[in-house]
Design a protein around this ligand. Structure first.
Ligand SMILES: [Zn+2]
Length: 100
């Protein structure tokens, strides 16, 4: 199942491979950077962290090394995007009153 994961606040998207579901372990080539089509690799950079590195544009995004699967990766970036732990989806309509 192909998916997209927003990996920076600048809306950079990681496109995950078609054949790997949420339960699949991250492969060394994690996926494709949507806009530049570069290959995003997973590189261990310290005892605690790894980096998602794009071979084309130089994108480099840190993730904890305890993130092991695509599902965990998705969850990690969703949690990062939450302001103060409150998740607001884009589906919610603005305004509580419609003046009727
Ligand atoms: Zn890139």
């Amino acid at each position: 199942m192909a998916g997209k994961i927003k990996i920076t606040k600048y809306n950079e998207m990681l496109v995950t491979p078609d054949h790997l579901g949420d339960g699949a372990e991250l492969s060394p080539e994690v996926g494709i950077h949507e806009v530049c089509f570069g290959s995003i690799s997973l590189v261990d950079v310290s005892e605690t962290h790894a980096a998602l590195v794009c071979d084309t544009c130089g994108l480099r995004v840190m993730i904890p090394r305890e993130v092991n699967t695509y599902g965990e990766l998705k969850g990690y970036f969703i949690a990062l995007a939450m302001p103060s732990g409150i998740w607001v989806t884009t589906e919610v309509e603005e305004g509580g009153q419609d003046g009727g």
